[in-house]
Design a protein around this ligand. Sequence first.
Ligand code: NAD
Length: 305
Amino acid sequence: MVDVGVIGAGFVGAASANAIALSNACSELVLLDKNHDRAVAEAADIAHGAAIAGSTRVRAGDYEDLKGAKVIVIAAGVNQKPGESRLDLLARNSAIFGEIVPEVAKYAPDAVVVIATNPVDIMTDVTRSLHPNPELVLGTGTLLDTARFRGLISQASNVSARYIHATVLGEHGDSSVLCWDSARVAGLTLDTFMLQSGAEWSEARRSEIEEKVRGAAAKIIAGKQATYYGIGASVMKIVSGILGDRRGIYTLSTPSDYGVCLSLPCVLGKNGIIQVLKPNLSAKEQEGLEKSAAVLKETRDSMKD
Ligand code: NAD
């Protein structure tokens, strides 16, 4: 029986399906796209790698094939063009979700639904409004931004990203909040760690990291039209966390006290988000989060006009 359905077999859907298949997180994965031939071709290619990595069965299918799925990933939509903001994608992708989400709710009503399509926070809100069980819906949110942030701190500190706790909260987009004050390397603040290790550390270095995190997607898009490996790995982490009921903590897009979906640290289990944490934020971070919420709210509300 199918465990995972991935809707959208473009760059992001295919990279996600590939990462899931190679991780052996599930037994059977179905890939779906409006362009069925594309889904068939991607599924065949991914299935070949899956046979090397382990035993995940991968095939293309239709909505009926999603029956019994535990997780559905939605990566369908139109891609961000060079110079286009994520928020500009909204109208086009909302119409596409109006077709997809009712089918998902019909054939896999109990599946956790993971949204990757941008603007991801608003698309999470849109999906929740279209799904009969909105508590099953979550967005990849700033998980990728958090990975970029940890990766850059890892480079600056010369320590594996695995031992760095640092989060990006709020919008997956221009108003995201990089939480410097709560960032830790093995429990030490960044200032303390960098001082002890003798690594170069200054306000300029932090600004450089901040710019690289915010500008990462645009830079990759300028070079190769789309980003997909990083988000594919992020989706894989979420899907395996759900299937394995692992109780990991990830920055995911979920409803907040601000009246919009945005990223906060969330405990993830087999039914989706179990708990949304309220992190200890500095005054500057708190202000940043409120501004991020306001940006999202304005956009979401402008849809209703
Ligand atoms: P893409 O154009 O390569 O793929 C989109 C796919 O969706 C296409 O194959 C298209 O046929 C399919 N599709 C369109 N309408 C459909 C429908 N009604 N039903 C089924 N399939 C349909 O785009 P991509 O590069 O894969 O990006 C997909 C989305 O992911 C974009 O919105 C992009 O901005 C987003 N994205 C998100 C993150 C993140 O961190 N959340 C990162 C990168 C990209």
